[in-house]
Design a protein around this ligand. Structure first.
Ligand code: BEZ
Length: 187
């Protein structure tokens, strides 16, 4: 682990397709032993309190990994960016330190790049079981039905799912959970 890197922020949800933060550099990256799941309610972005949407969190998965995008923040900006994100993502998420495997820049399939990876300390946002917006597991058709019905200030919940799926496809990342949900939405 290279602890001399300033600040790498790992995005595995909307931060992939709508980072809306200044950054110095971005890289495809993965975290081992975690997987992406639509197990967090959104009452302030992709849903409303009376009809919450579903957004992603990380669930422990010893044999799996989660691909996303790592953003390197300028040392001078990092504290302010993280403070803004703490506000933006205040719906039950907390910051978590992780080991990030950085890969070569986007445009190349991640699987061909594993040999050239390097591991750094990073930060991400995590919705732990028991947080006030934790939705937890449910059958994929039930999740799809909740997603279809939800809209919030940031847009339709279904658009969030499809935008995430498109961004993962552009990274050549296969995520069976996301793909199953897109199929449940009717493609
Ligand atoms: C993300 O896009 O990676 C993300 C942002 C906030 C909370 C959880 C995930």
């Amino acid at each position: 682990m290279d602890r001399t890197d300033p600040c790498w922020l790992f995005g595995y949800g909307s931060l992939i397709f709508r980072p809306a933060i200044p950054f110095v550099e971005r890289r495809p990256a993965r975290v081992r032993a975690w997987t992406r799941r639509f197990w967090q309610w959104s009452t302030d972005h992709r849903g409303e309190p009376w009809r919450p949407g579903r957004v992603v969190t990380l669930a422990p998965a010893p044999d799996d990994c989660c691909w996303g995008i790592a953003y390197r923040l300028a040392e001078t900006d990092a504290a302010a960016i993280l403070a803004d994100l703490d506000m933006r993502e205040r719906g039950g998420y907390v910051r978590m330190e992780i080991e990030l495997e950085l890969h070569a820049p986007a445009g190349q399939a991640p699987d061909t790049l594993v040999a050239s990876s390097r591991v750094v300390a990073g930060l991400t946002y995590q919705g732990w079981p028991g947080n006030r917006n934790y939705a937890g597991p449910a059958p994929i058709d039930e999740i799809a039905s909740q997603v279809i019905q939800a809209t919030g200030p940031s847009g339709a919940n279904a658009d969030y799912v499809r935008d995430l799926d498109a961004a993962l496809n552009a990274l050549a990342v296969e995520d069976a959970h996301v793909a199953a949900l897109v199929a449940g939405l009717g493609g």
